[in-house]
Structures are given as structure tokens and as C-alpha cells.
Write a protein that binds this ligand. Structure first.
Ligand SMILES: [Zn+2]
Length: 223
């Protein structure tokens, strides 16, 4: 088993803040102070700024010249639209990959899947997220169409914090792994339609879960 990947300081800060925004612990409009974050995470300004920039790129915070850093309001409708598009697109890429993969690529996919199974057995959340990314990126590349690959990788990257919030993945590694298994089996059998449906199921479950959580805490904000 490969050594478990360790996240960088800025990745850790980014993930912690993204989790809190998604879980509604940091509420829309709330102000964030660089100095406070630096002392809270016992980190220097550089990793804090890197984490903040990533949050800004994903529309989770707004950095305004004179007003400072503010937690953005995430519209559940917009998020649902984005996640649905990703889910459909990814299923389509799985079908395309199934049709275009070489024997060597199929082996490589199996290998990534086995590595991921080891992290699941060890309950290693980070290791799983890393191999999960490899799994999806590999399928994107296996479409052998660089436009599809780039579009999917960018879409996944943009929505990753929503899918990966700790509260969502906890105790769900086994479920995600078994959904991956269905995708892998379909691809190994060369059944492109089954690959499409298996990937769509995987994406749809996560998306529905994320939207439900976001909707839940937005409703609490109103009440
Ligand atoms: Zn996955």
C-alpha cells in the first residue's frame, strides 16, 4: 500500500473552511479576518491566502477591496443545476471511455480501484479522496477526447468542495467504493450503457445529498 497522501497546510485550511461554509457554520455575509484565520490555524499568511483564493474561485467567499472577505450565499438552485450538469456529463464520459479504453487502460483502472479499496478498508478519508480523484480523472482521460477530458476535469475541480465536505463523506466511503465497482465492472465487460448508468447513479446520489444539506441550512437561515 502506498503511503497515504498528506494534504498541504493550505489544502487543509481550504477544506476546513469549505466544510464550515457548506455545513452552515459560517453563514452568508459573515466576515472572515485573515489575521484571525492565521492564529486559528497556527499558519502564516501565505497558506491562508492560498486557501482564500481557492474559496473565492469556487464562489464560496467574496473578497472585496474595502469591505474585506465575506462568506458568499450559495443558491441551492444554482448548485443543483451545476451538479446535475456534472452528473450527466460524467455519465456520458464513462460511456465514451468504455468504448475507447485500451486493454492497458482497463488494467490501470482496476489498479486505481484496488488502491482505493485499501484506503476504504483502512478508513483513510484522504487516501480515498485522492484515489477517487484519480479514478474520475482517469475515466475522463480515457474518453481519448481532450475537449471532454478538460471540461470534465474543470467541472469536477470546481464542484469538488461541495462533494467532499467531511459531513458528506464520513461513513460513506464503502458506498462510494461499491458504486465505483459497478462502473469498473461495466467497463471491464465492455458494457457502455451499464457504465453510463452506474456513473450516473454514483453522481446523482452525491448531488442529491449535497443539495439537501445546502437547502436544509438555508431554510434554517430564513427561520
Ligand atoms: Zn467517485
Amino acid at each position: 500500500m502506498k503511503a497515504a497522501p498528506t494534504p498541504t497546510i493550505s489544502a487543509r485550511i481550504f477544506e476546513a473552511l469549505a466544510d464550515e461554509i457548506i455545513a452552515g457554520k459560517l453563514v452568508p455575509g459573515q466576515r472572515l479576518e485573515e489575521r484571525e484565520l492565521a492564529s486559528r490555524f497556527a499558519a502564516s499568511r501565505t497558506p491562508i491566502r492560498e486557501a482564500l483564493l481557492r474559496l473565492q474561485e469556487r464562489g464560496m467567499i467574496e473578497i472585496m477591496p474595502r469591505r474585506g472577505i465575506i462568506v458568499a450565499k450559495i443558491s441551492p438552485e444554482r448548485l443543483a443545476t451545476l451538479l446535475e450538469a456534472q452528473c450527466e456529463f460524467e455519465a456520458l464520459c464513462a460511456r465514451r471511455a468504455c468504448e475507447s479504453m485500451s486493454a492497458m487502460e482497463r488494467k490501470e483502472l482496476e489498479h486505481i480501484h484496488e488502491q482505493s479499496a485499501q484506503y476504504v478498508r483502512a478508513g483513510n478519508h484522504y487516501g480515498f479522496l485522492e484515489t477517487n480523484k484519480q479514478f474520475h480523472d482517469f475515466i475522463a482521460r480515457s474518453t481519448h477526447n481532450d475537449v471532454l477530458t478538460t471540461m470534465l476535469v474543470e467541472m469536477r475541480e470546481r464542484l469538488a468542495p461541495f462533494r467532499q465536505a467531511q459531513s458528506l463523506v464520513e461513513n460513506r466511503l464503502e458506498l462510494a467504493q461499491s458504486e465505483h465497482e459497478a462502473v469498473v465492472n461495466a467497463i471491464l465487460e465492455g458494457n457502455a450503457d451499464a457504465a453510463f448508468h452506474a456513473m450516473r447513479e454514483h453522481g446523482a446520489r452525491l448531488s442529491t445529498h449535497v443539495v439537501r444539506i445546502i437547502r436544509g441550512h438555508n431554510e434554517t437561515d430564513v427561520a
